[in-house]
Design a protein around this ligand. Structure first.
Ligand SMILES: [Ca+2]
Ligand SMILES: [Ca+2]
Ligand SMILES: [Ca+2]
Length: 310
């Protein structure tokens, strides 16, 4: 039987209207046996091309309906059948295809394959060398470091940075060794999806000494920020910001970071035991390259963070 173009269009329209009626019927709450298949391979060349013949058209919609409702052939490439690119092939893709063909809906696309989350456990050891021997200039009594505090996070958040003003969390950590405000800031980052785990470890007293802390980390939030106040001091601290532990799809086995002193820019004191003197206005965080840390031409490190994957 031959159809004229108008008859063909009319038949196709009736067919699609029938399918839409089925879909509406389903949306009203009458369950239709349908299945959903996940798409994790990466075979997609033409988005929405459920029958993998190199083009997307009404035949792909028909193919998808046959598969879902009447046990028709499986797509050779599920990603091509996943017209709405949500990493699953199901009735929503048929609807998406119909909308594209008959109502000017969005064009089908190849889905971005889901990358599995990779997790790891690390032990960080903070070893402080800061002592009257390494930094004899006005070395204070009771030298210690406050409890480790920080987070694992992605690249969309920065808790501190040289050249930037300190947050309230960094200020209170650097001046008083307090974890409270920085913990709140990590909580905000967790809420907005930029940080995953709060890191909160032990202190060192007296320095020199060491403390270790074990933490979990995942490849989605593979950066580490971790800080500690050196005390007594006006607003001085050590730490890392956004240290990357995952590179080229692999966890780094061991990362050693030498720690140098930073000034939070919030207290004016110039010796370890200076009394409180608010910096006004606040200045940016800066590496300290002067007394009491400058020994000859250099500032010797105050210690190290060693991150070892378990
Ligand atoms: Ca096709
Ligand atoms: Ca889909
Ligand atoms: Ca200061």
């Amino acid at each position: 039987m031959n159809f004229s173009k108008s008859e063909y269009m009319s038949n196709t329209t009736h067919y699609v209207l029938g399918v839409l009626a089925v879909l509406v019927f389903m949306d009203l709450g009458f369950p239709i046996q349908a299945h959903s298949e996940s798409t994790l391979n990466s075979c997609c060349l033409v988005g929405g091309d459920a029958n993998s013949d190199g083009t997307f058209n009404i035949a792909d919609v028909t193919f998808g309906i046959a598969r879902i409702f009447t046990g028709g052939s499986a797509p050779t490439c599920l990603e091509e059948a996943d017209a709405n690119a949500d990493n699953a092939f199901n009735i929503a893709d048929v609807t998406f295809g119909i909308m594209r063909i008959f109502s000017g809906g969005a064009a089908p696309m190849c889905p971005v394959p889901i990358v599995p989350v990779d997790s790891a456990t690390y032990i960080v050891t903070f070893e402080s060398t800061w002592s009257v021997i390494t930094h004899p200039d006005n070395f204070p009594p009771n030298p210690h470091f406050s409890g480790l505090i920080g987070a694992t996070h992605d690249s969309t958040v920065l808790f501190w940075e040289e050249g930037a003003l300190a947050s309230l969390g960094i200020k209170s950590m650097a001046e008083f060794g307090s974890k409270f405000a920085l913990t709140t800031e990590v909580g905000v980052a967790q809420q907005d999806g930029s940080a995953e785990y709060l890191l909160s470890g032990g202190f060192i007293s007296p320095s020199p000494g060491s403390v270790s802390y074990t933490f979990e980390i995942t490849s989605v939030y593979s950066k580490v920020t971790l800080v500690s106040m050196l005390a007594p001091s006006p607003d001085w601290f050590v730490g890392v910001n956004g240290l990357e532990l995952y590179a080229n799809g692999q966890w780094l086995d061991t990362v050693v970071v030498e720690l140098f002193p930073y000034d939070a820019g919030t207290d004016d004191g110039i010796i370890y035991t200076s009394s409180n003197a608010v910096t006004s206005p606040f200045e940016v965080i800066s590496a300290i390259a002067t007394s009491p840390f400058l020994i000859g031409p250099n500032v010797p490190p105050l210690g190290t963070f060693t991150f070892v994957r378990q």
